[in-house]
Design a protein around this ligand. Structure first.
Ligand code: ATP
Ligand code: ZN
Length: 286
């Protein structure tokens, strides 16, 4: 029988939509959101399992699933011996210590002997040990941010993205202990057939990510400025330059990285480029 990759995804939560979207962009079709626990892809040898995110590293370790998508925070917290195959760039957040807004803060030593509520006892314990701080860690599974107001703890250690949840609970963030994003994890010893499928999937994921980080750019340039403009547009190999019907002008096509986009666009305009079109790229194959 030929191999089928079993891939565990969060059933519904902050990882789900982006995980489903990623496979869609990789051209892998499957049904989700039907309430079913699993779904077989119609066009890739993969079967998807929909689970609670906390259970995913364990299922991957046990071989129930070959691959999974989880937050790095969950993967590290559970401490399961799984392989991180690739960082996925979504569900970015941080694990931070927060205290009531009116409390003074001079540094992590302030937590010496204090009670801290968290859903991440291992990550927090490891961090505090590294800082030489002895504190009482109270593990609670949800609504950590209310712990100080009900007198359960003097501080919390919780997931933060914008900080608005902390703010609305009268807390202030004082120390970030871990930065996280969604990651693709795998069972450490996959057989050759499954590893080949993982490589195939990874190739697609990287192409999708590269496309997102780059824009296709088309512009008209006076010929005397071509050297200056093409130097600002390295492209995948080098820019394509073709003459326009108007004498003395050329059309330049290239690819520009998102990070360098605005600065380069300004320099390109200043060099005399006109009619600049910026177009999203769907896939980028190196
Ligand atoms: P489940 O019901 O599956 O156990 P959950 O409530 O434990 O879900 P979610 O809140 O859906 O988990 O968060 C899943 C992951 O998304 C977290 O482990 C973290 O990596 C990331 N995450 C959490 N909060 C945010 C946020 N505000 N912004 C971005 N990513 C976040
Ligand atoms: Zn969870």
């Amino acid at each position: 029988m030929s191999s089928v990759l079993r891939i565990a995804l969060q059933k519904s939560g902050r990882l789900s939509e982006d995980s489903y979207q990623l496979f869609k962009e990789c051209g892998i079709r499957f049904d989700y959101g039907t309430g079913k626990l699993k779904s077989v892809s119609s066009n890739f040898p993969a079967e998807f399992l929909f689970l609670r995110d906390d259970d995913i590293p364990g299922y991957v370790e046990d071989g129930v699933a070959d691959l999974g998508i989880v937050g790095e925070n969950v993967s590290v917290e559970t401490g399961r011996p799984v392989t991180t195959v690739h960082k996925l760039g979504f569900s970015k957040c941080r694990l931070s210590i927060a205290i009531p807004r009116g409390t003074d803060w001079t540094g992590i030593q302030d937590l010496q002997g204090k009670n801290i509520a968290t859903s991440y006892p291992n990550l927090l314990g490891h961090y505090l040990a590294g800082q030489g701080v002895k504190a009482e860690i109270h593990e609670i599974s949800g609504s950590v941010e209310i712990a100080p107001s009900i007198g359960l703890a003097e501080a919390v250690c919780d997931i933060v993205s914008s900080g608005s949840t902390l703010l609305s609970n009268g807390l202030k963030e004082v120390e970030t202990i871990f930065r996280s994003e969604a990651i693709l994890i795998a069972r450490p010893e996959l057989d050759a057939d499954k590893q080949a499928l993982v490589d195939k999937l990874l190739f697609r994921i990287k192409s999708v990510q590269a496309a997102k980080n780059n824009k296709y750019i088309v512009l008209n340039a006076p010929n005397h400025a071509l050297d200056q403009i093409t130097a600002l547009l390295p492209g995948m190999k080098s820019p394509t330059v073709t003459p326009l019907a108007t004498e003395g002008w050329s059309s330049v096509h290239s690819v520009l990285n998102e990070n360098e986009f605005w600065e380069n666009i300004e320099a390109i305009r200043a060099a005399g480029a006109e009619g600049i079109l910026v177009i999203p790229i769907e896939k980028m194959i190196y």
